[in-house]
Design a protein around this ligand. Structure first.
Ligand SMILES: [Zn+2]
Length: 197
């Protein structure tokens, strides 16, 4: 391993000595989203930045449910996981403009799962040529941008994306304040009802 400036490794080494609690469950329980780099919460899961990223913008999507594998998730949780993944992809595309992604789930220790007790999905943004300096399976990792700065930018994008989605789909509050119909054409005019004498 080459020696390089990697302060996040120190946190990793310190945490490795602590008793093993589930980091996903404790992060979800704690309400310290900025400190924990938690970007977004939904009804069934959340999106968090990886503290030990393989590339800039490396995110993880996890359900609240502490289960080892995808097939243990409820249908609602499974659907939510994919929706959160799609939202994350849109946010990353808008903010850091990757040329591609690796999206995947490691199941079990031999499958490469760092935390095998709580299923989670990795989203790693990719750029052409990034493997030249970013070997995916080595100890050497390069973070082009400070994590906290990336967090603030991405969180702003998440909020923007959610506002857009809310405007598009309409939540109950939005629906109630939006006019029922705009414009008005002949075809939309209410049909005259012929009354029987
Ligand atoms: Zn857990």
């Amino acid at each position: 391993m080459r020696v390089m400036w990697a302060p996040w490794r120190m946190a990793y080494i310190k945490n490795a000595r602590k008793p093993t609690a589930c980091i996903f469950c404790s992060t979800a329980r704690e309400r310290r989203d900025e400190a924990n780099l938690l970007l977004h919460r939904s009804a069934h899961g959340f999106v968090i930045m990886n503290l030990f990223p393989y590339n800039s913008g490396h995110l993880m999507v996890a359900p609240y449910a502490h289960v080892r594998s995808l097939e243990s998730l409820s249908d609602d949780s499974a659907l939510d996981l994919i929706r959160l993944t799609n939202l994350s992809l849109a946010v990353l595309r808008a903010e850091i403009r990757p040329e591609g992604f690796n999206v995947g789930i490691n199941l079990g220790r031999v499958g490469g799962a760092g935390i095998e007790a709580h299923v989670h999905l990795h989203i790693v943004p990719r750029w052409n040529g990034d493997t030249n300096f970013m070997p995916l399976f080595s100890e050497t990792r390069v973070i082009p941008e400070h994590l906290r700065a990336t967090y603030r930018k991405l969180r702003a994008q998440f909020r923007k994306a959610l506002d857009q989605e809310r405007r598009r789909n309409g939540d109950p509050v939005m629906r109630s304040i939006r006019p029922a119909r705009t414009g008005g054409t002949a075809s939309r005019r209410p049909r005259r009802v012929r009354r029987r004498p």
